[in-house]
Design a protein around this ligand. Structure first.
Ligand SMILES: *Cc1c(COP(=O)(O)O)cnc(C)c1O
Length: 485
């Protein structure tokens, strides 16, 4: 692939994109109006025509991998296709062009949308109240733990620990320590679930909560969930559920029915708009009735035939967002839920689980399966056999780029050696899954017979192996500065 020059390198003196008419007034010499130190005499901006700029940036945009270009089986991230109708609704001028400081009576539609979305999410999860204020899954976790701590405090209790299984998402222990809690690690049992005896040992008067990723990052449902919830509650602690993987359970399980007390949803995963459309996310938080008073405010309520913002009780943990959340994401999630309906949401979950199990079955002869049982929406393989052939999981991931497929998540979960965490999502067709299987099988054959091919990969990409750590810590900005940028 040809390398794309910098826009400065396309520059040719005197070339212009737009030539505005000469001003009808007397030009002012900046030197008469500004001190010399404020005047940049030599800007060295690129001089390019409109079509040069257009083609330059369009070519660069084609180098982005996206869900819209090809398969993106990045485990834990739920990179499902984002239906374009979501974008149409999010861009509706009446929703896109409003301002958070507008008077309430001029934004009734937006308030209604938030109110209805919270009600829909409550219906899907079984919780009595949902707040769409948190801006990300991880912020939902923080709000959830703060609400749990506030509840303990309201009962005169100070609890200092949070129990986190080692199959939890990495944000869970991070959130635990951000909340000022001591994170107590729960090792995973041989079947991939929680070991009840370990749980009993660690549950004490200091445990504020168990933070459970359900399904776990091993792609497994916790089969002992009922015993787990009972034991946590018996010790006086609460159960927090990381519900970023709710896409595996839509219409099948309502987490509140399992006895879970608080749970966040990743609207930008489960309800499309993967990774926030490259920008902001939305981490809606659901709670049981006894925790409602602790939710952040203000809340959207029905008032006098319309909608209004209401202050919350003194128990509330306070605001966590300047306004009401990342509204564009809420519009997309609302559109997704309303366009699929209850049956459609359930079919999405069923399809996600079926697709992951299809890959599990079809790749089981070629890659090791550390937890060999039916999975949920994602399947975790291990590149241990290939490692013995001298190939690292990183090499397998890089080779996938040559076939135009985004690599899966690798080396995570950390409890699986050489982990390959694959989440196909329900939006991939049978044909696309079959192609992925063929490519993964070819890579397994290459690992056995020509490992050097894998170590050289990718060869069909604009760049080869990058030193990601150094690129991050010491970015090379030489070219930009050479051109005066
Ligand atoms: C993505 C994810 C998170 C974090 O969500 P962000 O919106 O990225 O902060 C937490 N837990 C799980 C299981 C996830 O997949």
């Amino acid at each position: 692939m040809d390398s794309e020059p910098l826009v400065h390198e396309l520059s040719s003196p005197g070339r212009r994109g737009v030539r505005p008419p000469l001003p009808q007034f007397q030009a002012v010499d900046p030197a008469d109006a500004l001190p010399a130190s404020e005047i940049r005499a030599d800007l060295r901006l690129p001089e390019v025509s409109e079509i040069d700029v257009m083609r330059h940036f369009l070519r660069l945009s084609h180098r982005n991998h996206s869900v819209d270009t090809a398969m993106y089986p990045l485990g834990s991230c739920t990179m499902k296709y984002n239906p374009k109708v979501n974008e149409v609704t999010a861009r509706t001028p009446g929703l896109a062009d409003i301002h958070p400081y507008q008077a309430e009576d001029t934004v009734q539609g937006a308030l209604a949308l938030i109110f209805e979305l919270e009600a829909l999410l409550a219906e899907i999860t079984g919780f009595s109240a949902v707040s769409t204020q948190p801006s990300a899954g991880s912020q939902g976790e923080l709000v959830g733990l703060l609400a749990i701590l506030a509840w303990h405090e309201s009962r005169g209790q100070t609890r200092t620990q949070v129990l986190v299984p080692d199959s939890a998402h990495g944000t869970n222990p991070a959130t635990g320590s951000m909340s000022g809690l001591q994170v107590v690690n729960l090792p995973t049992a041989a079947d991939g679930g929680i070991d009840l005896r370990d749980l009993d040992e660690r549950l004490g008067p200091n445990a504020a909560a168990l933070m459970l990723t359900l399904p776990s990052t091993l792609g497994l449902f916790e089969r002992r969930i009922q015993q787990v919830v009972e034991r946590v509650h018996a010790s006086g602690a609460l159960v927090y559920c990381d519900g970023a993987n709710m896409n595996a359970m839509l219409g099948r399980v309502r987490p509140a029915d399992l006895g879970i007390d608080v749970m966040h949803l990743n609207l930008h995963k489960t309800f499309s708009t993967p990774h926030g459309g490259g920008g902001p996310g939305a981490g809606a938080l659901g709670v049981q009735p006894f925790l409602e008073a602790f939710l952040p405010g203000p809340r959207v309520v029905r008032r006098g035939g319309g909608y209004a913002l209401a202050d919350v009780s003194d128990d509330s943990i306070g605001r966590v967002h300047a306004h009401l959340g990342n509204f564009g994401n809420l519009v997309r999630a609302y559109t997704y839920i309303r366009s699929l309906g209850a049956a459609g949401l359930r079919a999405a979950a069923d399809g996600a689980v079926l697709n992951a199990n299809y890959l599990r079955a079809r790749l089981a002869d070629d890659y090791d399966l550390p937890y060999d049982r039916p999975c949920m929406h994602e399947v975790v393989f291990a590149g241990t056999r290939q490692r013995r052939q001298g190939v690292r999981t990183l090499d397998i991931a890089k080779r996938l780029i040559d076939f135009g497929i985004h690599p899966p998540t690798i080396y995570f979960p950390t409890i699986v050696d050489e982990a390959l965490m694959i989440e196909p999502t329900e939006t991939e067709s049978r044909e696309s899954l079959d192609r992925f299987v063929e490519v993964m099988r070819q890579i397994a054959r290459e690992a056995a017979t020509e490992p050097d091919t894998l170590k050289a990969a990718p060869v069909n990409a604009p760049v080869r192996r990058l030193d990601e750590a150094t690129a991050n810590r010491r970015p090379d900005v030489r070219l930009a500065s050479e051109f005066g940028g």
